[in-house]
Design a protein around this ligand. Structure first.
Ligand SMILES: Cc1cc2nc3c(=O)[nH]c(=O)nc-3n(C[C@H](O)[C@H](O)[C@H](O)COP(=O)(O)OP(=O)(O)OC[C@H]3O[C@@H](n4cnc5c(N)ncnc54)[C@H](O)[C@@H]3O)c2cc1C
Length: 425
């Protein structure tokens, strides 16, 4: 790069000698500047959802994301506005109150919201992939008719309770018990780290109905909020994604009728593993969005920040960080969108979802790290969004299965089906 982009008139106005302020960055409109977009081909419907989510993120989330992070609480007004726009029912059929759009539209919505506010992104992802999917895929017609319209309208948020204090990666080690009696089932136990709990109307929970059988003794139930014997416990004070609700769930002689059972007795492990296959794509989209958001901030900042009488983007060290970040984000987008398309076509997506989530999670952490580095000391200050995004990024490598567990999932599939996969199809 010979002349600076400043001299070529290609970068937004900046004040030589002054540092960019959060205000100047906020007023910068990337659409007015020739910043290249990194896009994989998507349909007209996908584009429409992307524009809606992007507008919503800019107009509604950007002014509130830092405040929600600071307070450690989701703003309920955001949830209501998302309901008005139909965010809560994107991929579900219209007969159940959904919008009937494809899975990629939903994934793109998670990506775009997360680009500005990861807390809102994970709220939508957990609701759709963990709260709604198991009811849609494994519920009886009565259960679908009872719950999905309320979930799609946003009257209820959805949540899923699999993790327990002593059963995280080893989900088959579920200790919460469901014991059958003449009237139905009695649940006792504790779930931990459950997303959306404080706003949720339904909780799909894993119980042990035959403890010695481990994974073959798990049964899923739908628990409604306000069920006697069930309560939402401690709100976690988190490192990142602080605007999202994460709590314990406590069951103390919680009585459920058999109509609340989701799927067959002792067949619940499959319900949760299938749910996680889809959920991983949505966490991939969350990671992609947070990483893209940090990249957007870093690219803007590097064109505004002047050191040694020129924008820092003139320095090759900065260019390389941006080039590597853009390349990894583009690769992550291909993996996430490919997994979503396989899912939408009803094809097996077990390995693709794991690969997409693993790669997007690592990419997100690395891109956020470089974005803070590009901001120098200002990246360490809360006024600049990359500070929040850097903290948000870490969850991607833990939630819905750690990186280590994803590598186990991928490796097992390689042993089972070889690589490349299409040689065997
Ligand atoms: C913000 C947040 C939101 C969450 N939301 C939900 C939710 O909505 N619903 C829900 O059910 N859960 C949720 N979780 C839980 C999450 O899925 C678990 O934290 C995750 O699966 C890891 O379990 P763990 O925390 O018990 O870690 P552990 O399983 O104790 O793992 C500790 C370490 O050991 C490693 N490890 C464990 N087993 C192996 C192995 N076999 N080989 C190699 N390494 C191993 C792990 O990779 C990790 O590094 C959430 C967690 C967080 C932090």
């Amino acid at each position: 790069m010979g002349r600076g982009r400043a001299e070529e008139g290609l970068h937004p106005p900046f004040c030589v000698g002054l540092r960019p302020t959060p205000e100047s960055l906020r007023s910068f409109d990337p659409d007015k500047w020739p910043i290249r977009r990194f896009l994989v081909d998507i349909s007209a419907e996908n584009k429409m959802v992307r524009e809606m989510a992007r507008d919503f993120a800019r107009n509604e989330l950007a002014p509130k994301a830092a405040e929600m992070d600071e307070k450690g609480r989701m703003d309920p007004d955001i949830l209501s506005k998302m309901a008005q726009l139909g965010f809560w029912g994107i991929p579900w059929p219209e007969e159940y109150g959904g919008t009937g759009m494809d899975v990629l539209s939903y994934i793109i919505a998670v990506e775009e919201l997360s680009r500005v506010c990861g807390s809102t992104g994970i709220t939508l992802a957990a609701h759709t992939s963990l709260g709604c999917y198991p009811i849609y895929a494994f519920g009886t017609e009565e259960q679908k008719i009872r719950y999905l319209p309320r979930l799609c309208s946003g009257e209820y948020l959805g949540a899923m309770g699999l993790t327990e204090p002593e059963a995280g990666s080893d989900a088959g080690g579920t200790k919460t018990t469901a014991v059958r009696d003449s009237d139905g089932w009695i649940l006792n136990g504790t779930k931990t780290f459950i997303t959306n709990s404080e706003f949720a109307g339904t909780f799909v929970v894993a119980t042990s109905t035959d403890p010695p059988a481990k994974t073959r003794g798990i049964t899923a139930f739908i628990v409604e909020k306000d069920t006697p014997g069930f309560r939402v416990g401690k709100h976690e004070n988190k490192m990142g994604l602080r605007g999202s609700s994460t709590t314990e769930l406590i069951f103390e002689d919680c009585r459920l009728s058999d109509a609340q059972r989701l799927g067959e007795v002792n067949q619940g492990f499959r319900v949760f593993m299938k749910t996680l296959d889809g959920g991983r794509i949505s966490i991939g989209a969350l990671a992609l969005g947070v990483g893209q958001g940090a990249f957007d901030e870093a690219l803007k900042y590097s064109q505004q920040r002047v050191q040694f009488d020129q924008p820092i983007i003139n320095f090759q060290a900065i260019q390389w960080m941006l080039a590597d970040s853009a390349t990894k984000l583009e690769a992550a987008r291909h993996l996430v969108y490919n997994a979503a398309r396989r899912y939408a076509r009803g094809e097996d997506h077990h390995r693709e979802a794991a690969m997409a989530k693993l790669f997007a999670a690592i990419t997100c952490r690395e891109v956020c790290n470089d974005a803070v580095q590009i901001h120098g000391g200002y990246g360490y200050i809360k006024e600049f969004p990359v500070e929040r995004m850097y903290r948000d990024a870490k969850l991607m490598e833990i939630g819905e299965g750690t990186n280590e567990i994803h590598r186990i999932v991928i490796a097992r599939d390689l042993v089972k089906r070889g690589f490349p996969r299409h040689d065997f199809e």
